[in-house]
Design a protein around this ligand. Structure first.
Ligand code: DOR
Ligand code: ZN
Length: 350
């Protein structure tokens, strides 16, 4: 048995408000606990998006009633809300800016719309960018010009990790995360229908995947980008992009530790220490995760807690399983059972 600190997932799509048929604060935080995650940072591309005082309250009131683990909620950059959001900054996980096309309405196509956010949002709270390839390069230039920290979500390409490395070497305040699906899957994956394969950023080449593993020291965090959509939606004529990931991230990474592709210290650094530092998350008292590093098991969607009902890792055999999660002195998860009640979760920013 190994004891880990409480793990933080800085990138989760909870889907509430608005799309609770996919997931809600209850099921998302059940998935988190079953995956050894004791705090989640929730993305703002809900329905409506979280982009002002009233919509932030909508998300936080649902979380207050339903969350079983700790949390904070991102606010989303829109065309004309930069000043309003800077006033909400301290109540938020951070500011999310969607600079490339993805699921939901939040999107800043026009570069002139980026500037007010970079100028107004307080520097002690990160701006997280969904920005791929050349858009990411532009985002890094903005960070340099406005001299403020940015965090790049879900990097997937060799060119991205190498540019972030170069930017860090020059003292630009950029951090980044990688999602498990970009570490364990590539675009030549077979056995998933085209709809299920849809995800943004798309799965990349084997060369890109290799470059991510070779440059793990450049990558600050592991983050799921847990993006649940139902089986019916994924198998429909217009499948939305996204994979669930909360319950499979830690087992996949523990399996990689078993295969000596990773050390436990690196895992702890990227799932606890670094996210706590980057996102200003205070230490969760009396909080830890016990894992059986030798338990071999098979991932099956039917056993997972997400409402979406599927996983891209169906049938994968992994070694490493979460046995118990203690959150602020209470057993929150034990041997497959969720014990924390809805509403037990606390807002990290409250
Ligand atoms: O695949 C994705 N799904 N990428 C995103 O950026 C958004 C996410 C979602 O919300 O479904
Ligand atoms: Zn996302």
């Amino acid at each position: 048995m190994i004891q880990l600190p409480g793990l933080i997932d800085p990138h989760v799509h909870v889907r509430e408000p608005g799309q609770t048929h996919k997931e809600d604060w209850d099921t998302a935080t059940q998935s988190a606990l079953a995956g050894g995650v004791t705090a989640i940072l929730a993305m703002p591309n809900t329905k409506p998006p979280i982009f002002d005082d009233a919509t932030l309250e909508l998300a936080l009131s649902a979380a207050r009633n339903k969350a079983r683990c700790d949390y904070a909620q991102f606010v989303g950059a829109g065309p004309d809300n930069a000043e309003a959001l800077s006033a909400l900054a301290n109540q938020s996980a951070g500011l999310k800016m969607y600079l490339d096309s993805t699921f939901g309405e939040l999107r800043l196509d026009d570069m002139s719309l980026w500037t007010p956010h970079f100028i107004n949002f307080p520097k002690h709270i990160p701006i997280v960018l969904h920005s791929e390839s050349r858009t990411m390069a532009a985002g890094i230039l903005f960070a340099a010009i406005y001299d403020r920290p940015i965090h790049i979500a879900h990097i997937s390409l060799k060119e991205e990790v190498l540019l972030i490395k170069a930017a860090k070497e020059r003292g630009i305040k950029v951090t980044c995360e990688v999602a498990p699906h970009h570490l364990f899957l590539d675009k030549d994956l077979t056995g998933l229908t085209p709809g299920r394969l849809e995800v943004r950023p798309r799965l990349a080449s084997q060369a890109d995947v290799n470059a991510l593993w070779e440059n793990l020291d450049v990558i600050d965090c592991f983050a799921t980008d847990h993006a649940p959509h139902t089986v019916a939606e994924k198998d429909s004529a217009s499948p939305p992009p996204g994979f669930p990931g909360l319950e499979t991230m830690l087992p996949l990474l523990l399996n990689a530790v078993n295969e000596k592709r990773l050390t436990l210290n690196i895992l702890i650094e990227k799932m606890h220490s670094n996210p706590c530092r980057i996102f200003n998350i205070p230490e969760q008292q009396e909080t830890y995760v016990e894992v059986d590093e030798n338990a071999a098991w098979e991932i099956r969607a039917a056993d997972l807690h997400s409402r979406c009902g599927w996983t891209p890792f169906e049938g994968w055999k992994v070694k490493g399983r979460v046995r118990r999660v203690v959150l602020r002195g209470q057993i929150a998860f034990e041997d497959g059972k969720i014990l924390a009640q809805p509403g037990y979760g606390r807002n990290i920013r409250a």
